[in-house]
Design a protein around this ligand. Structure first.
Ligand SMILES: [Zn+2]
Length: 165
């Protein structure tokens, strides 16, 4: 089965209409279909689209960043955290030193202790995308081997060291 590389612009809102993210004014996103480069629900909804299509896609949380998991909320001593100064509910920071450490959110401050929430900030949130498909083309053999689109930009090869440009 052939697979396509799809390039699109998007605006992402929550069900209340609040703007969460947009590619407008920046580079469009390119991805290889079915490669996990974008969230599953959007990948599935855009399967087989044509260039020029404008589409509203609603993706339930379970097919986006997952449902919230309350076991991901943990109580830790503030003194053990890699942050200085006051912490406030809603503050976000990296849980560790390396670049791939998860982002955690302060869910509560109780004296010397902090409630840290390691859920993705969009866990449990249903997503509403307004998508405009810019281009659709067949994936190259190299892209299929690497498992991602080779268009420069978001979600492409910049994300890892596969030696391609
Ligand atoms: Zn590659």
């Amino acid at each position: 089965m052939s697979r396509n590389v799809v390039t699109f612009h998007y605006t992402l809102r929550d069900p209340q209409g609040r703007l969460l993210d947009t590619s407008a004014g920046g580079r469009p996103v390119s991805y290889l279909e079915g490669a996990g480069q974008i969230i599953d629900g959007l990948d599935e909804a855009l399967r087989g689209v044509a260039a020029g299509v404008k589409q509203r896609v609603e993706v339930p949380a379970a097919k986006a960043y997952g449902e919230r998991d309350d076991t991901q909320v943990q109580r830790v001593l503030k003194a053990l955290l890699p942050v200085e100064g006051e912490l406030h509910v809603g503050d976000q920071f990296k849980a560790g030193e390396d670049a791939y450490s998860p982002i955690v959110t302060v869910a509560g401050v109780e004296g010397d202790e902090i409630l840290l929430d390691a859920n993705h900030p969009l866990a449990g949130v249903d997503l509403v995308f307004e998508v405009e498909v810019i281009a659709v083309r067949a994936a190259s053999a190299e892209e299929l081997t690497h498992g991602h689109a080779h268009d420069a930009g978001h979600g492409g090869c910049g994300s890892h060291d596969c030696g391609c440009k």
